[in-house]
Design a protein around this ligand. Structure first.
Ligand code: PMP
Length: 366
């Protein structure tokens, strides 16, 4: 026996967590740079939302509405869903955690696809559950591989659609097939953080599934196309029994007053949202074409507001990451997620995308 002083013991499953790594906001040298590392909206925030946010500054002494009733009503009206089946979170990160917290624990398994969103394993371990990773299919979600990993212990399956960091999209029929294949006591979470960037024809049907099925939940965020990442607002829609369970463990005042008001205003910012979607579509396809024309580089086809670029030639992803940073562009290198050969690059402004391509060409030739 060593003579260690007694101290509180961290749970082994918490010790096993590899912390979340956020996209960098600053360069190594401290020089100014464009942040293309966190999939934020390059067009900023809708004016309506900014005005609603500013108006909330008059009453900072009062707690926010703990139940975010007006926000949940606005979401419900906007999407044609039931407000009492909507839960708001400090970003969709929180609601993703609340699902695991309500449905998984020690001895259970939480399933997701390799190259899935990096919060899923953290959400699993946080509650003592075992994270299980299914194989991908050329960086995309493989429904058969996921179904093959389902066991009697599986309690939650997370699928991001489109997925981060790959940008890949799972079609409606595949989501339906996944749902049909998972047992009824498994909660299937479709994380739609980037769904607003899809063309209308690409609707994956998850919201409809969540309306009808007792085991499907959809999560959404105001951080991406709505331009409110700083305010941390997300939500989930699912079966009443599940949402009510999650409400029990949600922190009471988890979204600020300004955030709630700004989010309501952002829902109605049609022009801004259309412009954002069109800007993204245009520059994403331009960027993918340019990348594919550079020797050794390949763009994974994306439906989101970022592109995963694979470095398969002389130029390594790490070199490109450093070179882009020196050129004034912060991107996301993901060795910790099994992607040492890839950079995830947010679709920024036209000038930024042209600058990134020029820098990549300079490094790789082409
Ligand atoms: N899901 C996915 C797939 C994401 O990429 C992100 C943002 N990185 C989130 C959820 C969480 O976003 P937020 O907490 O800002 O809503």
């Amino acid at each position: 026996m060593t003579n260690m002083p007694l101290q509180p013991v961290v749970k082994p499953w918490i010790d096993a967590i590899a912390p979340y790594v956020a996209g960098r906001a600053t360069t190594t040298s401290g020089a100014a740079a464009a942040k293309l590392s966190s999939n934020e909206n390059p067009l900023g925030t809708p004016d309506e939302a900014r005005a609603a946010f500013a108006a909330a500054a008059h009453h900072l002494e009062v707690y926010p509405d703990a139940g975010a009733a007006a926000l949940r009503e606005a979401i419900a009206a906007h999407y044609g869903i039931e407000a009492d089946r909507v839960i708001h979170g400090t970003g969709s990160d929180e609601v993703l955690h609340l699902v695991a917290g309500s449905f998984a624990g020690v001895g259970d398994e939480v399933l997701y696809v390799r190259y899935g969103f990096s919060v899923y394993p953290i959400a699993a371990r946080r509650v003592g559950a075992t994270p299980v990773e299914a194989a991908d299919r050329d960086y995309a979600t493989d429904v058969d591989a996921l179904l093959a990993c389902v066991t009697g212990r599986t309690k939650v399956v997370y699928v991001a659609n489109p997925n981060n960091p790959t940008g890949t999209y799972t079609r409606r029929e595949e989501i339906a097939r996944l749902h049909a294949g998972v047992p009824a006591d498994v909660m299937l979470v479709i994380d739609q953080a980037y769904t607003e960037y899809l063309d209308a024809a690409d609707d994956d049907g998850a919201l409809e599934l969540a309306r009808a099925a007792p085991n499907v939940m959809v999560t959404r965020t105001f951080s991406k196309i709505f331009g409110l990442a700083a305010e941390r607002i997300g939500w989930a829609y699912g079966p009443a029994h599940a949402i009510h369970a999650m409400q029990r463990i949600r922190a009471p005042f988890n979204v600020t007053t300004a955030g709630q008001h700004a989010a309501i205003a952002a829902l109605g910012a049609d022009r801004f949202l259309t412009e954002s979607r069109e800007h993204n579509r245009r520059w994403r396809s331009w960027f993918e074409e340019q990348v594919d024309a550079i020797p050794g580089l390949r763009a994974v086809p994306s439906k989101a507001n970022f592109v995963l670029v694979l470095f398969e030639g002389q130029l390594s992803a790490e070199q490109a990451y450093e070179g882009l940073m020196a050129a004034g562009f912060i991107t996301r290198w993901l060795p910790g997620q099994g992607l040492p050969h890839a950079l995830r690059i947010t679709i920024g402004t036209e000038a930024q995308m042209r600058g990134v391509v020029e820098a990549l060409r300079g490094m790789a030739g082409g």
